[in-house]
Design a protein around this ligand. Structure first.
Ligand code: AMP
Length: 373
């Protein structure tokens, strides 16, 4: 706890941290919190992926800075997906509990906009939003950004990948010139640098991992197997490690469903998560996954974005991602909060070259393993 104290957090925040069981700051928290607590607020660019504790890195200072005597909207957090948005909002509520009377709302597409408009009528100091829905709400005058002092762009690279660039531009044009902006991103492509240049003022830059370097608590492994043998191979891994809990990434929705059905029909605790499921089906799948009534979640990259489950032992790749950089996002779902994890790729003999390319591009070392007998 003394470590958190050295970062300059208030006594009431320290008490909250004790209650929620955060004992030691993560590296990004150590670097970001003192900067974000400075009297004179500064812009910040943080190179960090999900699982590093970045939400608390910005969330704790944000909760300290927001004035709970002021009913106006003061902080806006943009996130690529509903799941990430909800998790962020939950953390902010937890950080403020018992110390500040803040109202945090989360708004996203795919849910009733009328309900969100109604919710926003209450005094709300912090809004977490996906960009598309936020823009809708601005256009309907359901939300006013003119008093927003803090803007957080969370998983900025994902937001750009999802095509939110123009929405973000337009949203930022509705905020004050002298707001502060904190941007977090797992990767730093040119587009992100451009955003930083355009919207930020001498940002402090921090990085917990060098660009595209992955977490060293992850062991990277691959097995060579014919495509038609991949599912039987997955079964062997599930059989010998009943304690395993993980996500298997597939490239297409169809493949995702087929593999989940194949394994499910054989009696394994396996279910699919992809964009053809309704929101309520996806919520139900995630609930079962979190409650551990499932061993393996088979998911597309898009559907798995922002899933926050801390104790996954494995990430599997039915195929490697088209864009090799996505490998970092995928494998970062395991080995979180200091735990160890395995990222296991199923490779057919012709794909072996991709492993060498990955080793070079993402700078990790792979170990070849055999399908268990
Ligand atoms: P994030 O990278 O923000 O998605 O955080 C990943 C997970 O780590 C979240 O579930 C947090 O609750 C947890 N976490 C963040 N910071 C700490 C900490 N200092 N100690 C323990 N758990 C943490």
């Amino acid at each position: 706890m003394s470590d958190f104290k050295q970062l300059g957090l208030s006594d009431s925040t320290l008490k909250v941290l004790e209650q929620i069981g955060f004992e030691k700051p993560t590296p990004i928290q150590e670097q970001a919190i003192p900067v974000l607590l400075k009297d004179e607020a500064t812009d910040l660019v943080g190179l960090a992926q999900t699982g590093t504790g970045k939400t608390a890195a910005f969330g704790l200072p944000l909760v300290e800075r927001v004035d709970d005597n002021d009913p106006s909207l003061q902080a806006l957090i943009m996130a690529p997906t509903r799941e990430l948005g909800q998790q962020t909002a939950q953390q902010l509520v937890a950080f403020s509990k018992g110390q500040k009377k803040l109202n945090v709302e989360v708004v996203y597409g795919g849910a009733s906009i009328m309900d969100q408009i109604r919710a926003l009528k209450r005094p709300t100091q912090i809004v977490v939003a996906t960009p598309g829905r936020l823009l809708d709400l601005i256009k309907r005058r359901a939300i006013k950004l003119s008093n927003v002092k803090y803007v957080v762009l969370d998983e900025a690279d994902e937001m750009l990948n999802m095509g939110f660039k123009e929405d973000i531009d337009e949203i930022l044009s509705h905020t004050m010139e002298d707001r502060v902006t904190w941007l977090f991103s797992a990767t730093m492509p040119r587009e992100i640098k451009n955003i930083a240049k355009k919207y930020m003022n001498n940002p402090v830059e921090i990085a917990v991992n060098k660009e595209s370097e992955v977490n060293t608590d992850i062991s990277h492994q691959y097995v060579i197997t014919k495509t038609s043998n991949k599912v039987p191979a997955v079964r062997r891994f599930l059989d010998i490690q009943p304690e395993m809990r993980g996500i298997m990434f597939c490239r297409t929705k169809r493949e995702t469903q087929e593999i989940a059905d194949d394994l499910g029909n054989l009696g394994y605790g396996v279910e699919a998560l992809h964009g053809d499921l309704s929101q309520s089906q996806r919520d139900a799948v995630m609930r079962r996954f979190k409650q551990r009534s499932m061993q393996l979640l088979v998911a597309t990259d898009v559907a798995a974005r922002g899933i926050d489950v801390n104790d996954l032992t494995h990430v599997m790749h039915h195929k490697l991602p088209d864009q090799l950089e996505s490998y970092t996002h995928r494998s970062g779902r395991t080995a979180r909060a200091g735990r160890k994890g395995i990222s296991l790729a199923f490779i057919n003999p012709r794909e072996v070259r991709q492993i060498t390319m990955l080793e070079r591009r993402v700078k990790v070392k792979f170990e070849q393993v055999q399908v268990p007998n």
